[in-house]
Design a protein around this ligand. Sequence first.
Ligand code: CA
Length: 275
Amino acid sequence: MPSVPGLRAPHRQQTYAESVTTNSAAPAEPGNRRILLVEDEQTIADVVRDYLLKAGFQVDMAGDGFTALELAASRQPDLVILDRMLPGLDGVEVCRRLRQSMSVPVIMVTALGTEDDRILGLEMGADDYVTKPFSPRELVLRVKSVLRRSIKEFTPEPPVEAAGLELDPASRTVTHRGVPLALTVREFDLLAFLMRRPHQVFSREELIKAVWGWDFGDLSTVTVHVRRLREKIEANPTKPELLKTVWGVGYRFDGRRSETGNARPGSREGGYGRQ
Ligand code: CA
């Protein structure tokens, strides 16, 4: 592959993302999955599109933010790859507007060294990000990983309820006191993970591994997702009662599971007379 600014040349060394895919029991099936690729640099867009096509995806392309929003509405993509720096409407704004109407997973592409941009992108609802220069192969693996999580499992886990929250993995829906919540793919996964393990503390490293499937990564990704979740599930996000911070350790879900009461009827205690 000729050298393209913004892209990393492929190399033979096995990357973490490759090892994850190799070990994965259920390979993603691109099938007729449709990706919207939003990138104004034509050379990068062409290379990435070729990789996506080779992986079996259908690809729509947009070179600016307004076209991206139009195509997202008309083509209903399964995932959006969104460059942060775009002419007209930038990636962060596109992401924000997408989020108002769709729950489509978004992978944000940012320039290296702009941590604020990256965090802003996550706060606007991106599910993942890659930084330039990136390897197109790694991006494709990241796409498959995000899609795998957003596709319904064949045998979904049972629903879980706690503290007025009802989370159903089969339909990937969450309600809070009966009101549906709009969660992104990773917000849903994070909440599901914590709700199933109430009162256990997890570090950000553990969460990024368990929920994102990364061996390493920017831990602020977890921080931002926790903040976003709190805004959606807490009565007062600045004084969280469900998603607690354990200082110096990590996070803990404190909602009591509502389907399991503490009362234990039928206890033998006192049930038998002395013989
Ligand atoms: Ca750009």
